[in-house]
Structure formats: structure tokens, C-alpha cells
Ligand binder design. Structure first.
Ligand code: DX5
Ligand code: ZN
Length: 217
């Protein structure tokens, strides 16, 4: 599939969500961060907003669920029209069953790991996943500093995916910018979430193209 750029609208003007998405036509996906104030100490948006955006957005939706009880809620995001649904391993009661359910509902099944969760925790179920999201900050807020300690994890994940002969995309999320994107790509990531780096710019679409160029090397 190659390099993909998935801007996060967390730091966009959420009162103008559809317009903000229209400002990034070069992006491959739009990354929507769902937070419940339990799994992470922040509250953002949920199902009705994702459902509305799915109808208005020209880009497919990459829903990142930072919520408790994803077993109960994640399938509804697939039904709401998200093309990819990411749940956290740390929150899921039955991650294999949940990944299968997401695929059965027609979404790409994706699982996220917080920075301290070892990649090995996902190794047995890579075949059930379309994407593995490695958080490169503690989830909850945009604009945090990239955690360098995650780079060996990205490398390890790439090794595991290659060794298994799988097509699992490796997404990085948190502190991804023109300063850090090359190192992530070099370590083996191929899908890049960038929030503040994109939306703090005057021309967000130009940053999308710049990140893509840097990641392609
Ligand atoms: C953080 C979210 C990220 C966030 C990234 O918990 O999952 O998607 O929007 O923002 P930046 O790119 O500013 O770190
Ligand atoms: Zn995210």
C-alpha cells in the first residue's frame, strides 16, 4: 500500500469539522480521536459525530477509540461508516473476537498499543488485524512530544509483521511531525497520524504532502 498520511482532527476547529476535513484533500484518511474520559483523561466526540462526518467527508474515516469497553462500542463505529476502527488492547476484553467482528462489519480491524505495552502482546493475533497502531505519546491529548523510546518498538513490530508474511499496516500516532516522521518511517511505520503538525499550519494540505515526501525518503 505504501506510505499513508492520516491527519487527526483533534486539534482542528471542531465546530467546522467537515470544512476542516475538506482542507486536507491530499490525505489518505481522516483520523478521528474518540475519548471517553475513562480510558484517557479527556473527552472528545462519539458515534453521532462520526456518523455525520462519514456522510460528509470525501476521505475515509480512521476512528481511533480511546474508550473503555470497546467490545461493546467499536462495532457501532464500523456500522456508522468508519472504514477503519482502532480499539486499544489495554481496554478490550476479547480482542480477537472484536477484531473479527469489525471485519465482519466491513471495516478494517485495527488494534492500538500504549507506549508501555510491549509489541509482543499483539504478536499472536497479528493475523486478525489489518493495522497495528503504536502510540508514540501517552494517549489523551494532541500536541505532546514524540517518545523516542517507541522507535525500537516500531522496528520490532515491523520484524514481526514481515516474519509472519502479513500485510498489516503499522500506524504511528503522537508527536509525528516533519522532525520525527523520517525516523518513524525508517523504523518501519507506513501509516502516519499527525494532528497539531497539520492543523497548526496555515496550509494543512501542504504539510500532508511534506510529511508524505519525508516518509517516502
Ligand atoms: C492523542 C491522539 C492523537 C493526537 C495526535 O491521544 O490519539 O491522534 O491527535 O496529535 P499530535 O499529532 O499533535 O501528537
Ligand atoms: Zn489518535
Amino acid at each position: 500500500m505504501g506510505i499513508q498520511i492520516t491527519p487527526s482532527v483533534l486539534n482542528a476547529d471542531l465546530a467546522r469539522l467537515a470544512d476542516e476535513v475538506a482542507r486536507i484533500p491530499s490525505a489518505d484518511w481522516v483520523h478521528v480521536d474518540v475519548m471517553d474520559n475513562h480510558f484517557v483523561p479527556n473527552l472528545t466526540l462519539g458515534l453521532p459525530v462520526v456518523e455525520s462526518l462519514a456522510r460528509r467527508s470525501a476521505l475515509p474515516i480512521d476512528a481511533h477509540l480511546m474508550i473503555e469497553d470497546p467490545d461493546r462500542w467499536a462495532p457501532a463505529y464500523a456500522e456508522a461508516g468508519a472504514g477503519s476502527v482502532t480499539f486499544h488492547l489495554e481496554a478490550a476484553a476479547a480482542p480477537v473476537r472484536l477484531a473479527r467482528e469489525l471485519r465482519a462489519k466491513g471495516a478494517r480491524a485495527s488494534m492500538a498499543l500504549k507506549p508501555a505495552t510491549p509489541v509482543e502482546a499483539a504478536a499472536t493475533m497479528l493475523g486478525e488485524l489489518d493495522m497495528l497502531l503504536l502510540m508514540t505519546v501517552e494517549p489523551g491529548f494532541g500536541g505532546q512530544k514524540f517518545l523516542e523510546l517507541c522507535l525500537p518498538k516500531i522496528r520490532r513490530a515491523r520484524e514481526l509483521v514481515s516474519a509472519a508474511g502479513l500485510e498489516v499496516w503499522l500506524q504511528v500516532d503522537g508527536g509525528v511531525s516533519v522532525e520525527t516522521v523520517e525516523r518513524c518511517a525508517e523504523a518501519g511505520a507506513d501509516v502516519f497520524v499527525a494532528g497539531s503538525a497539520v492543523y497548526s499550519a496555515e496550509d494543512p494540505d501542504a504539510v500532508v504532502e511534506q510529511l508524505r515526501g519525508l516518509a517516502q525518503g
